[in-house]
Design a protein around this ligand. Structure first.
Ligand code: GUN
Length: 296
């Protein structure tokens, strides 16, 4: 079967153009530009790359951005002070604390300190709870980006069987909620698979939509995919490669070469889900700016 590439890179460029036009209109009405802050703790190379992309993307759509960098030995209290000052700062519409944090810091305590109104990552229990209840709130950027990709394929999702592999708070859990909720896209029957699932392959073979969010390169093999399925690969593991400029390559959870021909649609890695995550964060930040106006 001939597959089509779900080109997140191209789609994200189009959506960035749409957001930039909305920002221009917003600023034209006399508002200051939306302003995103990002907090980066420590020296993790992947985290730095993600945050750099987020900050760079702000400039592309006309947002202001602030990057706050701290050493890995920052105390939890000092980090909570930064969160409190961002919560109170009227010039900041939304902010993120890049995860993972160093071991001595309790991620959950930091997430819960973020004002839900500025929580553009959608990780606060209040936003997660709203998502579970189908109420408005900020939706985590990676699953939101995947829903946008599904929407733009134009494929009907209603009544389809979606299988999500991985139950993380950032991707798998919110993804399963979004696919199951009564919305368009949505209304799927959802199976959430994880490390304790028995016969993972049998579940996956029943998927019309298969989302892999585990972080184990190549784990989804051709025998696990139904003919005509839509396959979404969230994995972006760094794999050593001496021939690559930076000494590594990004590898997805899906064995793309073997799987692609069985799919109707498939996301590449890189250039699939990653760029969509960033535009969803930008979208959330614009929403935060427009909402904070309502409270001003
Ligand atoms: N670490 C991996 N993905 C994310 C994300 O979307 N937001 C934050 N803050 N940290 C992450």
């Amino acid at each position: 079967m001939g597959h089509q590439i779900l080109d997140g890179k191209a789609l994200s460029r189009n959506i960035k153009d749409e957001i930039a036009a909305e920002v221009a209109e917003w600023v034209g009405q006399g508002h200051r530009p939306p302003h995103l802050a990002a907090v980066l703790v420590g020296q993790d190379g992947a985290s730095r790359t993600y945050v750099d992309h987020k900050v760079k993307s702000c400039a592309q759509v006309g947002f202001d951005s602030t990057l706050i960098e701290r050493e890995a030995d920052i105390t939890q209290d000092a980090l909570l002070d930064i969160v409190a000052s961002l919560n109170e700062n009227p010039e900041i519409d939304g902010f993120i604390v890049q995860l993972p944090l160093p071991d001595h810091i309790d991620d959950q305590a930091v997430i819960e300190a973020i004002s839900p109104r500025k929580d553009v990552d959608g990780f606060h229990p209040s936003n997660m709870g709203n998502l579970a209840l189908g109420l408005p709130g900020f939706v985590p950027a990676t699953p939101a980006g995947i829903m946008t990709m599904l929407e733009r394929t134009g494929v009907e999702t209603q009544g389809k069987h979606a299988v999500v592999i991985g139950r993380s708070s950032i991707v798998g859990t919110p993804m399963s909620l979004l696919l199951s909720r009564s919305d368009k896209p949505g209304n799927c029957t959802v199976t959430l698979c994880h490390s304790r699932t028995q016969d993972l392959a049998a579940h996956c073979r029943r998927a019309d939509i298969l989302v892999a969010a585990v972080g184990r390169p190549g784990m989804v093999t051709a025998d696990m995919v139904k003919e005509g399925a839509i396959v979404i690969d969230v994995g972006i593991t760094r794999v050593a490669d001496d021939t690559a400029k930076r000494g590594f390559r990004l590898k997805g959870d899906v064995d793309f070469t073997a799987v692609a021909d069985k799919c109707s649609w498939i996301t590449p890695v890189p250039g699939g889900v990653g760029p969509m995550t960033i535009v969803s964060l930008l979208r959330n930040t614009l929403t935060a700016a427009q909402r904070s106006e309502e409270f001003a």
